[in-house]
Design a protein around this ligand. Sequence first.
Ligand code: FES
Ligand code: FE2
Length: 473
Amino acid sequence: MRAEDNQKLTETGPGTPGGDWMRLYWQPVALSEELETERPVVPVRVLGEDLVLFRNDDGTTGLIDRRCAHRGADLSLGRLEDGGLRCYFHGWLFDGGGSCLDTPAEPEDSRLRSKVRIRSYPVRECNGIVWAYLGDGTPPNLPSLDCFIAPEEYTFAFKGYLDCNWLQALEVGIDPAHASYLHRFEEDEDTGDSYGKQFRGASLGTDLPMTKILREYGRPEILNARTEYGQRIVALRKLDKEGLDGSSTHVRITHQVFPHGITIPLSGAMAITQWHVPIDDVSCYWYAMFTSLDEPVDKSTMRAQRIEGITLPGYKPVRNRANSYQFDYQEQRTQTYTGLGRDINVHDQMAVEGQGYIYDRSRETLSRSDRAIVTYRRMALQAIDTVADGGSPETLLMDTADVESRGPIPLDGIGPTGEWEQYWAGSIADLRKASPWASGLQEALVTGPAGVPGAEVEPDRSQSADAYDRAAG
Ligand code: FES
Ligand SMILES: [Fe+2]
């Protein structure tokens, strides 16, 4: 990849082409739980901008510039009172819409406050996450994805910090081959104890542990296709070892959702939609939305499992660069591929942080297992250029109520070899039919499983010297 293309994809600060593109989408800026404190004021850094999020007594939420409009004091340490955030320096008061309500050090008859504004952005809260729109003009609706549509009790949200550029974090999520290596466990656990854990249960409709499938079948066939929301990525592992005759195939279907999201299966009926939002060019947060089709999510178990490995308030991993991820050589020899314990988020973290703060993609050697990554970069570069030319990217979902749901629905299961599309469509239809909240949303079947209209499987461009040349189509 050319250095200038890498720069275009990785830089998202104000005024950059990538930043203008990202700002067309709602961005996750905090978990709702971060505002559930005695003093709901949270400093937020997103897309290279320093902001402060706060909630008033009446429940309204505002997101404004972190620097006071007067002489720049830090409003994240301001006084939350009188319907806004009051600066501790000279007492200026700002509401969530950016208006200045009070300048108490000025003469009684001063009209200064009517002329003062502070930068502010619209916010919305949905399923445990506060979203902000940092673009110009009227914000679009949140797209009709299952993670936004599902009733709150069927969802759970969490986040984590990554000490590197956002694109590295996204790319590990659209790389189906790495799970056979990076996430390898030498021994299988009781799959009945897998609630809330990735790759530790049994695949849908079987008692074959995922750990065994990933370990023994390390060369998945990967098919990827463009969709209106991004990409559908299919990884097939034909089961033909240890007495299995190859008549069954493990099918794992995941999705890339623009601009920086993925949707992957956690278990038979639970999906994870995970967004990788830039804090700035050298760090990012992942925000995961767990969405259950069949029963309400056990939020306290899910939270307890995840809070263990991080420190608050920054949601920064306990295992990190500074302590070499608490790498254990004996464990690497005998139990796991990484020697980093059993939390797969830590494995991914080490992989992507290990690429450096902003990975120099002019030095990589792409392989066939990277085909979805190549397609993503092509699509993103095209979108950035389209936005720079004043257009709208094809993957910007401007949904209204008449779109029931776009899913997209991931799946992990075992079906008859050669018939993954039928297997996939049938399994999804059954899962959805049985769901208390999604059974009526048949529209998702059209964009979720097989038969995405017009979605041809992408050619493999991983060996092509001009994979990112826009003239090459
Ligand atoms: S710097 Fe904030 S009121 Fe003066
Ligand atoms: Fe991973």
